[in-house]
Design a protein around this ligand. Structure first.
Ligand code: PMP
Length: 344
């Protein structure tokens, strides 16, 4: 009798089908039942694995990409990591144009994953030929068979979540989901899941999380792009200073804004109370849930699904560093656990 080896063909087989995990202690005093879609269980530790593999698959199907061709994007974050990972397995070159603001750790991580990283000056305007946008565009023009992912203006970003994350959440909740709470950056996650859920049940409330300093909430409410909404903030991956075409505003019922400080504390609290070590925007989503509960948006029968986009390990020198928290002036409210050394 043949004994089969029980193994995956590659890390790509592990993309998607992430677990839905019930939140217990952190939400004990809130109305409703809370479930987290924990995207750190993807092999690249974030939700961006889904769009990287989906967009590359589509480009292959259309005959745009063939082995040895090149994937190009402008990101030092999760999308860059996921694209580098998919490129390795599928045999593509991966070029990432990143800003000189990106930390050395992030650049090293992308290079470790085989990407060619072009570090471009941060303090030039977007239309300067040295900017990372222009460098990516130029490389795309010069490189035959290359694909420029352009996640903020690529509707395949929505389709990736419509095809996978949406159906997973619907099935995992047996269609009993009443509310979706998800951060909006490119908007791909919330739009793809939201579109799928609304088609299944138009009563599902789709709530986007936005940052103070971003234009998304105001644009959703008024249709107006208001420059006055834009100012610097610390959370990465949430909110935007432009209107992405990868956001389908029509499937989002409302946006709620969260602060850098409260989101940071919520991320730390999530780790300590639920044992889920997630990224800064997961803290933002958790913070949004607390605010929505205080506004009376849920009742005892609500089944709320919140998306946690990535893993906490990418934020060791930020929200999970006491020093960073102190430097931001965020430590006042939190009673820190002391570090004890114990003799056995
Ligand atoms: N959280 C993190 C950490 C991200 O990198 C992103 C992507 N920019 C998001 C949330 C938001 O996801 P989306 O781009 O699909 O709106």
């Amino acid at each position: 009798m043949e004994h089969k080896i029980n193994a995956y063909d590659s890390v790509l087989d592990l993309i998607g089908n992430t677990p839905l995990i019930k939140l217990n202690k952190l939400t004990a005093n809130l109305q409703g039942n809370f479930y987290a879609k924990v995207e750190a269980f993807n092999p690249g530790h974030s939700t961006k694995d889904r769009i990287a593999s989906y967009i590359i698959d589509q480009a292959e199907k259309k005959g745009i990409l063939k082995e040895g061709n090149t994937i190009i994007e402008t990101t030092s974050g999760n999308t860059g990591y996921s694209l580098a990972m998919v490129s390795i397995i599928k045999g593509y070159d991966c070029i990432l144009a990143v800003s000189s603001k990106s930390s050395a750790d992030k650049i090293d991580m992308l290079r470790s994953m085989g990407a060619k990283v072009y570090v471009c000056p941060a303090h030039v305007s977007a239309d300067d030929p040295r900017s990372y946008y222009e460098v990516a565009k130029r490389l795309h023009k010069e490189t035959e068979g290359s694909v420029y992912i352009n996640q903020y203006f690529n509707e395949l970003n929505i389709d990736a979540h419509y095809a996978s994350t949406g159906p997973e959440i619907w099935d995992q909740t047996n269609g009993r989901i009443t509310h979706l709470v998800a951060c909006s950056g490119t908007g791909g996650t919330i739009s793809g899941i939201g579109r799928y859920l609304k088609e299944k049940n138009s009563d599902v409330r789709v709530i986007g999380v936005d940052a103070f300093g971003s234009v998304l909430k105001k644009y959703h409410e008024t249709g107006e792009f208001d420059n006055k909404e834009i100012y610097p903030y610390r959370i990465e991956g949430l909110g935007k200073n432009l209107i992405p075409t990868s956001t389908d505003f029509s499937v989002i019922d409302e946006f709620i804004k969260v602060t850098d400080e409260e989101s940071a504390h919520s991320a730390r609290e999530l780790a300590r109370t639920e044992g889920i070590f997630a990224g800064y925007t997961s803290g933002a989503a958790m913070q949004a849930i607390k605010q929505l509960d205080a506004l009376g948006k849920f009742d005892k029968d609500s089944n709320i699904v919140v998306v946690f986009p990535d893993h906490g390990s990418r934020y060791m020198s930020k929200v999970y560093s006491d020093k960073w928290m102190e430097d931001q002036g965020f430590m006042g409210a939190e009673v820190e656990q002391e570090t004890h050394s114990v003799q056995f």
